[in-house]
Design a protein. Structure first.
Length: 557
């Protein structure tokens, strides 16, 4: 009887959540995977404590869902569940319930409706951020051991979802410096560090690749105003798309009444400002602020409730909600059915099955090796069930394929190396697919050396123009065993500047280097002053020079 009474009392809210869930399930089941979703699905086939791009939460959730359903729905099932519970927690965090206003605010936030089912790290980050604020509110009221441990767990799970969670904790502490006087808060931080230690060890064991990439390799060599303008526009669309500016305005002007709400506001302003400043170092992805969903929604809700000047919005929001829902409905249909083939909006979610089928036919039983794209092999493996791999040249960033030993399964066997025509490589075959033209080269036998790592002691150097500078490289064999050498195409160690169009080979071959621990290589610096990105590579056969080192930042005076 108590359950029946509960559903009667909350029938409208439960109906809203039920419709939200059903729409997400249908959307997830009939929409093909986006590129990054397929990449994270490959993560789930290699469960580990860490990955090049992200912590492991997204891989674990995909693994659990895919164990139930071997299709797109299985990949996204865990995300759908967390997305629904994010709404439930956010509703619980609103002290004065106004369901109509709560529903209207959700309806005008189109990204949450469309993106809530995607198998990406943002979804668990949003959920565990909401959970963190729920536990933090309880911790402020009662600093019990139970709340202390729950606070630690919520912080650790945020960090295991995406590194951006550290910003939420940081700005929460700034909003309430009295936390630094609370013994149990220190206990929570220590427990969080212990829980997060396996991932930190993974980073240490792999020479901190995520920090290297996010803090150095992503930085642009010069500032562009487009970085800032794209970020601002992206935030308006992320919280909208029509009423994004209104949601953010409500959140900014909300009168603060307690310590908890001050934390919400500090996080909203702090995170948005942090990434705005980050645009001066390079491009910032719009979705990097998604963890602000719960705090911005709560603040917007309370702002309308408390400020008389905003009461007019109760009359405007229904119209904005209807318009947003219309746009969302059209987008939902497009995600399932490509009814605008001439318009290339997210083409990655369409025609993957026939593309993979044609690629499989061309491969004729051979593994497929792609050039410079972790998305293509991930998509191919998901939709064909066949083995694929990627070779990253010096102009392309590294990714998790640089750490898996999939390459060992290809050694000495026939493979089809395939690439788009813009890669100026020799080819023996050319064919068309629903996703454009492809060139291919038959490698028999196949060899590559992406798991050889050349580590430098210096990550940043200042040099003179044209100077010859020696580098001592630590050669690490990531194959955990002997490295076979292609006798037909001798592999050579070398270096390249990303800003240049050609690399310079050294006279040291891989066959003579793999038994050494330290290698000395002289590098001739560019003749023009400026900032350059230096990488050490392996040159082998027809393959482009592979990306075998972290980036060294070179300042030429």
């Amino acid at each position: 009887m108590a359950i029946i009474q509960y559903f009667k009392k909350n029938q409208y809210k439960n109906l809203f959540f039920l419709i939200w869930l059903l729409l997400a399930l249908v959307q997830a089941g009939f929409t093909e995977l986006m590129d990054d979703e397929a990449y994270y699905w490959v993560y789930s086939r290699h469960l580990d404590w860490g990955y090049f791009d992200h912590p492991p939460m997204v891989a674990l959730l995909i693994k659990m869902g895919y164990a139930l359903f071997h299709n797109e729905l299985g990949v996204r099932l865990g995300m759908i569940v967390l997305n629904l519970f994010t709404l439930v927690i956010t509703d619980k965090l609103i002290p004065r319930k106004d369901n109509k206003l709560f529903y209207l605010l959700l309806c005008v936030m189109g990204a949450m409706q469309l993106g809530g089912m995607l198998a990406v790290p943002d979804i668990p980050l949003i959920f565990f951020t909401a959970l963190f604020f729920l536990v933090y509110r309880d911790f402020l009221e009662q600093q019990t051991w139970k709340n202390t441990l729950l606070l630690a767990l919520s912080m650790a799970l945020m960090f295991y979802s995406k590194y951006h969670g550290i910003l939420i904790v940081g700005f929460t502490v700034i909003s309430n410096l009295n936390l630094l006087r609370v013994f149990k808060f220190y206990v929570a931080c220590i427990v969080t560090a212990i829980l997060f230690m396996p991932h930190l060890y993974w980073q240490y064991a792999h020479n901190f690749p995520s920090l290297q990439y996010h803090l150095l390799e992503r930085n642009a060599s010069s500032y562009s105003i487009s970085y800032t303008m794209e970020y601002i526009l992206g935030q308006l669309l992320l919280f909208g798309p029509i009423a994004g500016w209104l949601i953010l305005y409500y959140a900014f002007v909300c009168p603060i009444q307690n310590t908890f709400e001050r934390a919400l506001k500090f996080c909203v302003i702090g995170v948005l400002a942090f990434f705005l400043i980050s645009t001066f170092k390079g491009r910032v992805e719009s979705n990097w602020t998604v963890m602000l969903f719960t705090p911005s929604l709560i603040l917007a809700h309370q702002s309308v409730r408390r400020k008389r000047s905003l009461k007019w919005s109760l009359r405007v929001l229904p119209y904005l909600a209807v318009f947003t829902l219309f746009l969302v409905a059209v987008t939902r249909v497009y995600m399932v059915w490509d009814f605008m083939p001439a318009v290339t909006v997210r083409p990655e979610i369409h025609h993957n099955k026939p593309w993979a089928a044609e690629m499989k036919r061309q491969a004729a039983g051979r593994p497929v090796v792609f050039i410079n794209s972790y998305q293509w092999p991930s998509k191919y493996m998901f939709y064909s069930g066949e083995l694929a791999y990627v070779i990253n040249n010096r102009y392309n960033r590294r990714n998790q394929y640089n750490y898996w030993d999939t390459e060992k399964q290809l050694w000495g066997k026939p493979a089809m190396i395939t690439f788009t025509p813009d890669n100026k490589l020799p080819f023996s075959n050319s064919f068309n697919t629903v996703k454009g033209a492809w060139n291919a080269y038959s490698a028999d036998p196949y060899y590559s050396y992406t798991l050889l790592t050349l580590e430098t002691a210096m990550q940043k150097v200042t040099v003179k123009r044209g100077e010859r500078m020696p580098f001592i490289l630590h050669l690490k064999n990531g194959y955990n065993g002997p490295v076979p050498v292609d006798k037909e195409h001798e592999a050579v160690l070398g270096y390249a500047f990303l800003e240049a169009q050609s690399g310079v080979k050294s006279d040291l071959t891989v066959s003579r280097a793999i038994d050494r621990r330290l290698i000395r290589m002289e590098v001739t610096m560019p003749d023009e002053p400026g900032t350059y990105h230096l990488k050490f590579c392996v040159f082998s056969g027809i393959l482009p020079p592979t990306h075998n080192s972290q980036t060294v930042l070179v300042e030429v005076k």
